[in-house]
Design a protein around this ligand. Structure first.
Ligand SMILES: Nc1nc2c(ncn2[C@@H]2O[C@H](COP(=O)(O)OP(=O)(O)OP(=O)(O)O)[C@@H](O)[C@H]2O)c(=O)[nH]1
Ligand SMILES: [Mg+2]
Length: 299
């Protein structure tokens, strides 16, 4: 069955792709085997991440417009829209990207979060690979970067755009370990706000201080609602994808993905019900020790 759906997706069947994603979200049997038996196009994934409300969807919408104007087709996955921080964002995304929902060269899909720890959807890699089979020139993935999910995005996306806003000054210190490290490109959105120039130079200093490899990370101002600066973002992204480090980066990403898939594989093999029962029983004992207990699952 998956073989038929995948061939429909390869032919550009939007409905087949939408249905396949729904099935993949619900752990449909046979997907992994189907993915193992096909050639998945080596299409770069652009991750767009940043704090809630930074303007990721608005920017994505503007990027779609710029790509369509160039005659390109584009597929977009919005992950984490049901994050507890932004209830109802799915609807918001629909409204903000509404212009494109019915465009023949655009595929947009929101995925609910399922990660128990608030991370990315556990099937995100498989779903992204399904979307790669769809004949779109660009593949964008929007995720809310608040916790550890952005780190996972680094394994998912070939290039990561981190969207920040001028008000983020104080937050940046705490973000340092996550968002700042994974950025290939910063967008300072809402540059129509006061203080945006000051924030931009502050960010430039921060990013430079942090880097020891001499790599220059572009920092581009945008006003996504007005589509200002969006052409520059697209240009910078195109350049990044052409850069020679792309290949090396791809190898590293593949390792991250392999680890992710192996973790999933391993978790699937655990019988959660049995494990819970056994754990309960063990905990009743006076000398219960979690480290000793997990050893029975460790190999
Ligand atoms: N002033 C101003 N407002 C903007 C700009 N870009 C986006 N906004 C507004 O910021 C709000 C949030 O924008 P979204 O695009 O939904 O932000 P998001 O990062 O996708 O939000 P979540 O997905 O919910 O985390 C909306 O009300 C936008 O209209 C901008 O450049 N300037
Ligand atoms: Mg959004």
């Amino acid at each position: 069955m998956w073989d038929k759906w995948i061939s429909q997706i390869q032919q550009g069947d939007v409905r087949a792709l939408a249905r396949a994603i729904s099935l993949a979200e619900n752990e449909s049997a046979g997907l992994l085997e189907a993915l193992a038996s096909i050639q998945i196009p080596n299409k770069p994934v652009i991750g767009i991440t940043g704090p809630p409300g930074a303007g990721k969807s608005t920017l994505t919408d503007a990027l779609i417009g710029a790509l369509i104007a160039e005659g390109k087709s584009v597929a977009v996955l919005c992950v984490d829209p049901s994050s507890p921080f932004h209830q109802g964002a799915v609807l918001g995304d629909r409204i903000r990207m509404s212009e494109w929902y019915t465009h023949p060269n655009v595929f947009i899909r929101s995925l609910a979060t399922r990660g128990a720890l608030g991370g990315l959807h556990p099937r995100i890699l498989e779903i992204t690979d399904l979307v790669k089979c769809f004949p779109a020139d660009w593949l964008l993935v929007e995720t809310v970067g608040v916790g550890q999910s952005e780190v996972e995005v680094a394994g998912l996306a070939d290039r990561t755009v981190v969207v920040l806003v001028p008000e983020a000054g104080d937050e940046i210190q705490t973000m340092k370990a996550g968002l700042l490290e994974i950025a290939d490109l910063f967008v300072v959105n809402k540059s129509d706000r006061p203080d945006s120039a000051r924030f931009q130079s502050y960010l430039e200093r921060m990013v430079q201080e942090d880097r020891t490899d001499g790599k220059i990370i572009p920092i581009l101002p945008t006003v996504a609602t007005e589509k200002q600066g969006v052409e520059n973002v697209l240009k910078a992204l195109t350049e990044l994808l052409r850069s020679p480090e792309q290949k090396e980066r791809g190898d590293l990403l593949m390792i991250e993905k392999a680890k992710h898939l192996l973790r999933q594989h391993w978790l699937r093999k655990l019988d959660a019900g049995k494990m819970k029962a056994s754990l309960r029983e063990a905990m009743a004992s006076k000398d219960f020790n979690l480290y000793a207990w997990i050893s029975r699952y460790a190999d």
